[in-house]
Design a protein around this ligand. Structure first.
Ligand code: DX5
Ligand code: ZN
Length: 218
């Protein structure tokens, strides 16, 4: 099965957001990735739960919410009530990652743990039984348009091996610098969902970019 594609609206045209979301849905994207930045965990401020609520009625894609927020427990219920299908919380953003994941699950939302490039895969072993998806950041979070870190490939392989060893079946998502040159190696390593912002939205023809990612991972 081809990799599932999750265009990040961080690189979309915000005044034509509905158009940009419909366009990728028609092109076969399964998820829409929503990057929430608080200006503390990462330098930028992006958008909040109101955007999730606004997008909910205009798309059938999975609303994949990536919280780049310090102490995300403060916002989990709000994002769940807004209509998130998956909520991702960073291992690095809270001393209580287990509790944060419990809170997401208690709302009936799919739970995701996210790790930064500097965080070892082993550290999330104790929570892997709780999650529906793991996001391995393939750049340092905070900005679109950065270069894919090649050392991520080993981390994806490690996680895929742990997943098989533990008999679990969560999705493995990658985020940052994903494009036609980087998606195949990540897919071969075990990634099942690919976030792509600037590759899909920055230049012409987002539909062709999605088709290319699907074709490269057949
Ligand atoms: C980065 C965000 C990404 C971002 C990816 O902190 O988490 O989702 O939109 O952008 P590209 O695909 O341009 O690297
Ligand atoms: Zn993201």
């Amino acid at each position: 099965m081809s990799i599932k594609v999750a265009p990040s609206i961080l690189s979309a045209d915000y005044v034509n957001l509905q158009r940009d979301v419909e366009l990728v849905e028609k092109a076969g994207a399964e998820y829409v990735h929503i990057d929430v930045m608080d200006g503390m965990f990462v330098p930028s401020i992006s958008y909040g739960a109101a955007w999730v609520k606004a997008l909910k009625p205009v798309t059938n894609m999975v609303l994949d919410v990536h919280l780049m927020v310090v102490n995300p427990e403060r916002y989990i219920n709000e994002f769940a009530d807004a209509g998130s299908d998956i909520i991702g919380v960073h291992y690095e953003a809270t001393p209580h990652i287990h509790r944060a994941l419990q809170m997401i699950k208690a709302k009936g939302v799919k739970a995701e743990v996210v790790i930064n490039p500097g965080t070892a895969v082993e550290l999330i072993k104790p929570v892997l039984h709780m999650v529906d998806q793991v996001l391995i950041m393939t750049v340092n979070p905070g900005f679109g348009g950065q270069k894919f870190l090649p050392e991520s490939i080993d981390k994806i392989k490690q996680l895929a091996a742990i997943k098989a060893e533990m008999g679990l079946d969560f999705d493995i998502e990658i985020d940052g610098g994903v494009n036609g040159d980087t998606v195949k190696a990540a897919y071969d390593a075990g990634a099942t969902v690919a976030v792509a912002g600037s590759y899909v939205y920055d230049k012409v023809d987002p539909a062709a970019k999605i088709a290319a990612m699907k074709e490269l991972t057949k």
